[in-house]
Design a protein around this ligand. Sequence first.
Ligand code: ADP
Length: 259
Amino acid sequence: VAGVREVRVVQTAEKPERRLIAVGSGKGGVGKSTLSANLAIALHRLGFRVGLVDADVYGPSQPRLMAAEGEKPTAQDKQLNPIPTRWGVPMLSMGQLVAPEKALAWRGPMASGALGQLVDARWGETDTLVVDLPPGTGDVQLSMIQKHRPMGAVIVSTPQDLALIDAARAIDLFNTAGIPIIGIVENMAGYACPHCGEISDPFGSGGAEAEAARLGIPFLGRVPLDIAIRRASDAGEPPAARDDAGAEPFLRIAEQVAA
Ligand code: ADP
């Protein structure tokens, strides 16, 4: 934690305008995009001026998650204007730059260039940028680390061993580059049966917390496997924006990230 403070001070001195929080995962489908959207909204609710960058070139899902599908950003002086969303968090997505099926064929330098356009857009007063990275440890991650120097990284994993092994690889990438790991989030933990209410653990339980302890990095909390989260996400209504218990896990995680 001492290391995190130190790096933050250096970052502030070099880039006074805003801090970048990279959200990564070892593999796809663990809920990284869902967590990124809801973390951004929860941080906004805590009083930060937050923007969201969807750098997941292989499956940009933020336009749908944030109810901004079909919107195209305009540009001014060759800089993109972020798209306002109804959740108070402006956003930009790889999916708004190019049709996803074309982005799939992008080579590394093109994806890195696109990332630069998103991060160095006209974010104005925004003080915090949450960046939803592609899964794994490819070109976009390297470019993020080398060119944009995030303040830290949040790693999302399911409780399952395989996802955890991949997550450890992602953690290693940031560690090697000297980017502090803000912590691990365990997603899809504990499933409440909608019929009988019994809690079961389809992907195991506590694995990410144990892994965080083993690696000596903070555990930021868990988000349950909940069909309401999937439905709300598909409908472009992020649970973190709700006024009920659905927002709680995300607000708790955001508090930890902001601490
Ligand atoms: P990733 O970005 O890691 O590929 P997504 O955020 O796109 O993963 O999530 C994959 C799918 O799982 C989506 O359909 C999403 O709505 C769903 N999902 C994510 N987290 C949860 C959760 N905690 N409970 C239920 N469904 C979830």
